[in-house]
Design a protein around this ligand. Structure first.
Ligand code: ZN
Length: 240
């Protein structure tokens, strides 16, 4: 089985379309979404439609949760908060209901998917270093955990001691466990403006982080036109 695993789309239709086009070339069997379909970007409904029409398994993200009033606004910085409030006004009742029904964690044969971390997933803590990775490994019942949330692609490995890698390819070794941050489709923050997602190839025992260029200038125009904070447009060109 080959899985495409992606998230943090954040209402960015151009990035999502570019990632889908890349996935289609990659002969993938199944798509899994790590959440944060909405928030920051000007096209939350378009992105929801794309995910829902394909019937893609999705876990709840903090922006999805906040847009339906289920995560308090004081969790967010001022720009994110403006975007959450803007997004909440756009969603239909049916979309709100669909988001509200999303699980926090999904388990597959050999891997687990969660937006933020397995330790109190609805606290929306970040896995940014070895200590937070350790807490997540302690609760991980499968070999691999896929996460999003920080928008920075990275792979943590644990074979007793914990290390990390920023290489695009990781070979899955027996006796070793992994936390893979797939990066962000719609708002990368590692200094690379290209969309980021992961492909898991179980048969080959391999995870690949792929980067896909997209027309971020169109996305920026839409954000400015929608009256969202200009900084949310600017950062897309910087990948920050
Ligand atoms: Zn996010």
């Amino acid at each position: 089985m080959r899985y495409a695993i992606f998230g943090d789309i954040h209402g960015n239709s151009e990035a999502l379309a570019a990632v889908f086009a890349d996935i289609e070339k990659e002969c993938v069997d199944r798509y899994v979404c790590l959440g944060d379909i909405v928030g920051y970007g000007a096209e939350p409904r378009e992105c929801l439609r794309e995910i829902r029409s394909r019937g893609i398994d999705t876990v709840l993200g903090n922006h999805d949760s906040a847009a339906v009033g289920d995560t308090p606004l004081d969790y967010f910085n001022p720009y994110a908060r403006v975007a959450v409030e803007w997004t909440a006004k756009k969603l239909s009742e049916d979309e709100e209901e669909w988001i509200s029904g999303l699980p926090l964690v999904r388990n597959y044969d050999g891997f687990t998917v969660v937006h933020a971390t397995l330790s109190n997933p609805k606290e929306w803590d970040y896995i940014l270093g070895l200590d937070s990775a350790r807490k997540c490994f302690e609760l991980l019942a499968t070999q691999v955990c896929f996460v999003g949330h920080s928008h920075v692609p990275v792979v943590f490995m644990s074979d007793g001691s914990i290390t990390f890698s920023r290489e695009s390819e990781t070979v899955l070794e027996k006796g070793c466990r992994y936390i893979v941050n797939a990066g962000s489709v719609g708002q990368p923050r590692d200094g690379d403006a290209r969309a980021s997602y992961a492909i898991l190839d179980w048969k080959a025992g391999r995870v690949e982080i792929r980067r896909v260029p997209y027309d971020y200038e169109s996305t920026q125009e839409k954000i400015l036109k929608a009256g969202l904070p200009p900084s949310l447009a600017l950062r897309l060109g910087l990948g920050r």
